[in-house]
Write a protein that binds this ligand. Structure first.
Ligand SMILES: Cc1ncc(COP(=O)(O)O)c(C=O)c1O
Length: 447
């Protein structure tokens, strides 16, 4: 059916209005847009030719830096060779190659990879695998999923059910029945200005025992946590917390899922946070850094025992009724392989580890600036809490973002009134200095 004339004619080329922007204050943005039209290495470029220092790796994803030549070339050549191939009942070589490469990077017996297209899909996939795993083993009563306050697991119904950011949940009904939450690991009074993992708080893992006492282990399928919460402005786990969580999960037969959508692929100086914390979870979700943000891709890495539990019944039967049209899309696989090569060839995970103390020291240098309440760092991540303006929660943070872009040529993330940073892993010492000089200027400007 043809569109009504008014509607067709109301569409103006390059009008900002039709794009309903995600997680954006649309009216404020469209009143004073922040447009990006090019990128290279540590920088974005604006249509009017300004160079913006990228202190957030886009959205925590361009870990290798922007528009790296080998990744660009791999995508171009794959697009010319084969645009799409189904992975339902068919397969293409790069999908298998990439799964093998990812499995090699993962710790322990995490050796099977299920592909999807985003972090949200990865989370929902992991939660579904957890439920189905218990079902195929005859434990179908294990249906509860446990997340944590201040956790972010994307925007699918599974992810918001276990997620712990109130704004992402409150408008969308009751989500999945039976989800519950551990307490956040963050406590400013005990942890303020900790460099890396805070000393205080390992005991908070014991809350899982309390939830088990409340619900009974026989009803709980899985616990999902971000090893470091990213989206609530970088909350590193207290020392020993994740190990304790692993022990309690083991005691009760509960699966442990690490959501490594941000922490995966070098952010904490290792392929995965699981390695940094010496804990082998039952599943790892990943996205973002796998292609350095260049092509959408996500996935779940599962332990051998989880995968193998499904491999029964007649050979011709489908073992897991789950998948996406674009699971292991050829462009994403080509980008993923080129990205992993780049991480290896430039030793970027080790580089992140080497830069961590420099990064932490520069971040902590902002202590004492107006309205700064806490600074947290771990790996190449930093969170800075700013005091909210009276009666206008989020305004200071928004003004910081806006001033940073327009007046200081720098991009970072905000979460309410907190600033969050996670530069590409190629960041130099000089650029770390530049980032924190600019952030200091922004913080003074919004005082
Ligand atoms: C830990 C975590 N899980 C899941 C997601 C969702 O990923 P996506 O936006 O690709 O769906 C994110 C995004 O930032 C994340 O940080």
């Amino acid at each position: 059916m043809a569109l009504p004339r008014e509607s067709a004619s109301s569409s103006v080329p390059n009008d900002l209005e039709p794009f309903w922007m995600p997680f954006t204050s649309n009216r404020a943005f469209k009143a004073r847009p922040r447009l990006l039209s090019g990128a290279k290495d540590m920088h974005y470029f604006t249509p009017d030719g300004r160079k913006i220092l990228d202190a957030s790796a886009g959205l925590w994803c361009t870990n290798a830096g922007h528009n790296r030549a080998p990744i660009v070339a791999a995508i171009q050549s794959q697009a010319a060779e084969m645009d799409f191939s189904p992975t339902f009942q068919f397969g293409h070589p790069k999908a298998f190659e990439l799964a093998s490469r990812i499995a090699q990077l993962a710790p322990g017996d995490l050796d099977h990879v299920f592909f999807c297209n985003s972090g949200s899909e990865a989370v929902d996939t992991a939660l579904k695998i957890a439920l189905a795993y218990h079902a195929v083993r005859g434990n179908a009563s294990r249906v509860r999923l446990i997340g944590r306050e201040r956790g972010y697991h994307g925007v699918g119904f599974g992810g918001i059910s276990v997620g712990g950011m109130v704004a992402n949940r409150k408008q969308f009904g009751v989500a999945l029945a039976g989800a519950d939450h551990l307490q956040t690991t963050y406590n400013r009074a005990e942890q303020a200005y900790s460099v890396g993992e805070p000393e205080w708080g390992a005991h908070l893992a014991d809350e899982l025992d309390r939830l088990v006492a409340l619900h009974d282990a026989s009803t709980i399928a899985a616990v999902i946590v971000e090893p470091v919460s990213g989206s609530t402005a970088v909350l590193p786990p207290p020392k020993g917390y994740l190990k304790r969580l692993r022990q309690i999960c083991d005691k009760h037969g509960i699966l442990l899922i690490f959501d490594e959508v941000i922490t995966g692929y070098g952010r904490l100086g290792h392929a995965f946070a699981a390695e940094r914390y010496d804990v082998v979870p039952d599943m790892i979700t990943f996205a973002k850094g796998i292609t350095s943000g260049s092509v959408p891709m996500g996935g779940v890495i599962a332990r051998k025992g989880i995968h193998d539990a499904f491999m029964k019944g007649p050979d011709h039967a489908i073992e897991l009724f789950h998948g996406y049209t674009y699971s292991a899309h050829p462009l994403a696989c080509a980008a993923g392989l080129a990205t992993l090569d780049l991480y290896r060839d430039e030793d970027l995970f080790a580089r992140a580890k080497k830069m961590e103390p420099i990064w932490a020291q520069a971040a902590m240098g902002l202590k004492g600036l107006p309205n700064v309440l806490d600074i947290r760092t771990v790996g190449l991540m930093a969170g800075i809490d700013l005091a909210s303006k009276p009666d206008a929660v989020g305004l200071r943070g928004y003004q910081a973002l806006e001033n940073a872009f327009h007046d200081h040529d720098i991009m970072f993330r905000i979460s309410g009134d907190a600033i969050a940073m996670s530069p590409p892993l190629i960041v130099t010492e000089a650029q770390i200095g530049e980032i924190f000089d600019k952030v200091a200027a922004v913080i003074k400007q919004v005082a």
